[in-house]
Design a protein around this ligand. Structure first.
Ligand code: BES
Ligand code: MN
Ligand code: ZN
Length: 505
């Protein structure tokens, strides 16, 4: 799918140019105000009042997201015109804009149109600029367009694929040409990152193994300007990552520790380090999980795939920032070699850990990566992990959990999440909760009991993240959907890329 910006003189009523565009479908947003304005008004003039008649008759429902497909409209060159309602307020909420865009793209995708001209870029959205409109327009279409096919036969995959759109033109006024071209590039790069994250998440664990994740990282190194190093079991042993290795040893799959380094600016600028939980399957280990929904634990590497997807996005954007990615990846399986409840392991930091529950494995692999991060003298470290079921109970599927003692870093992430429509909600990390991690046999236990499970998990990680500004994102409720819509969402790639874009400024 190819996207392009096309600049017009939208201030002058250049309707003839606008509606002479060669395209299979033009998409126009309609605000149900007293009078039509902008492109809608131009279209109304070009069609001798057709649009206002359709609005008046109610054939185009005023409810935001309602669509009406018109065919062979006199005065318009394109064979199809899609009208999409933007509601009754002259300033839209970002959510309304996204929902209406999504409905519009779905309506276009349902036709055989192979090209489309998008005229919604200059619609006013509350607290957003035109760059945002362009980016989110690209992202909503690419989100609909993503299709998982890798483990289906070609016939089955083809039968699922009903989207014909190949070329998209986004119409903007001359004045915004340059800003919109930048936004378009960002949108496409972020969409490519999201697609990678979704695809890796959706792949079954018998294909998406730690070795497979490492090969994807190596492929990124091949295709783009970045350095990737993959440490194998021996090297991880030499490093003394005893906590990470204790989880890995129950599985027949070899663990990997993946290090990605992107240098987008002078080497003396401290990097942002992203740490992603890469459990390619979480059975729970000896503290085994219930069978129901256990298949969803193939998604327990979505922190790792979000790091890879974020790298995929920033290398394409040539972001002027240094970023390091760390991915401890292995399976969590029961076996004669597996961790047993009560075992004590020694982490890379030297701290000993009592493994009271082998299903609390995420923190065991992350803690060694957090210690490893120190060697980069980072400006900030963010770990991304599907860490606790408790986070799903607390926040559901809309907000990721955010934990940090650093207000500046937390606020940057909150702001980036809002802008990117990939929100996070901050939860407490008070000292008081640390007591729940007391162990009689080690420096710390890996579980803190039933109450405040997400917070005590974050508290555990905080013990290993004292050397730099740090934040933890619990994506257990947001990285994938269950049920009929089962599939990876690509979150929090939009949040992370926005955060990095903001930091590069
Ligand atoms: N990967 C899970 C967290 C999870 C569970 C994510 C369900 C999404 C849905 C994690 O490794 C885990 O098992 N956590 C335990 C921790 C507990 C044993 C302290 C949990 O949340 O039950
Ligand atoms: Mn687990
Ligand atoms: Zn897990």
């Amino acid at each position: 799918m190819i996207f392009n910006i096309e600049a017009f003189d939208l201030n002058k009523a250049a309707d003839s140019v606008l509606f002479n565009i060669k395209s299979d479908c033009i998409v126009v947003g309609i605000l149900h105000e007293k009078t039509l304005s902008g492109v809608a008004q131009m279209l109304n003039v070009a069609t001798k009042g057709l649009i206002s008649r359709l609005v008046k008759s109610g054939d185009l429902n005023a409810k935001a997201g309602s669509t009406l497909m018109l065919h062979e409209v006199a005065g318009v060159n394109a064979p199809r015109v899609l009208l999409v309602s933007l509601g009754k307020h002259n300033v839209l909420s970002p959510k309304t804009f996204i929902d209406a865009s999504s409905a519009a793209w779905r309506a276009v995708s349902a036709t055989r149109a192979t090209s489309a001209t998008w005229m919604l870029a200059q619609v006013a959205v509350n607290n957003r600029d035109i760059s945002w409109n362009v980016r989110i327009s690209v992202l909503t279409l690419r989100e609909l367009n993503y299709q998982y096919t890798q483990t289906k036969t070609k016939a089955a995959a083809d039968a699922d694929n009903d989207n014909a759109i190949k070329k998209v033109l986004i119409a903007v006024d001359h004045e915004y040409n340059q800003a919109c071209n930048t936004a378009l590039g960002e949108g496409v790069a972020i969409a490519n990152g999201i697609d990678l994250t979704r695809e890796l998440g959706n792949l079954p664990s018998n294909i998406c193994t730690p070795t497979y994740l490492a090969s994807i990282a190596k492929q990124l190194e091949n295709d783009w300007q970045l350095k990737v190093e993959v440490l194998d079991q021996k090297q991880i042993e030499t490093l003394k990552m005893g906590s990470f290795l204790s989880v890995a040893k129950g599985s027949a799959q070899a663990p990997k520790f993946i290090v990605l380094e992107y240098q987008g600016t002078s080497s003396n600028q401290a990097p942002v380090v992203l740490v992603g939980k890469g459990i390619t399957f979480d059975s729970g280990g000896i503290s085994i999980k219930l069978s129901e929904h256990m298949d969803e634990m193939k998604y327990d590497m979505c922190g790792a795939s979000a790091v890879l997807g974020t790298f995929r996005a920033i290398v394409e954007m040539h972001l002027k920032l240094n970023v390091v990615g760390l991915i401890p990846t292995c399976e969590n399986m029961p076996s004669g070699n597996a961790n047993k409840p009560g075992d004590v392991v020694t982490s890379l930091s030297g701290q000993t850990i009592e493994v009271l529950n082998t299903d609390a494995e995420g923190r065991l692999v992350l803690c060694d990566a957090l210690t490893y991060a120190e060697r980069f003298k980072p400006a900030a470290v963010i770990d991304i992990a599907s860490l606790t079921g408790a986070c799903v109970i607390a926040l559901g599927h809309h907000n990721s959990g955010l934990f940090s003692r650093n207000d500046a870093l937390a606020n940057m992430l909150l702001t980036a999440g809002l802008y990117a429509s990939d929100p996070v909600w901050r939860l407490p990390l008070d000292e008081e909760y640390q007591d729940q991690l007391k162990s009689n046999f080690a420096d710390i236990s890996n579980t803190g009991g039933r109450s405040a499970g997400s917070i005590t998990a974050a508290c555990f990680l905080s013990r290993f993240a004292q050397a730099y500004p740090w934040a933890h994102l619990d994506i257990a409720g947001t990285a994938w959907k269950g049920g009929r819509e089962k599939g990876a969402t690509g979150r929090p790639v939009p949040l992370l890329t926005q955060f990095l874009i903001d930091r590069a400024k």
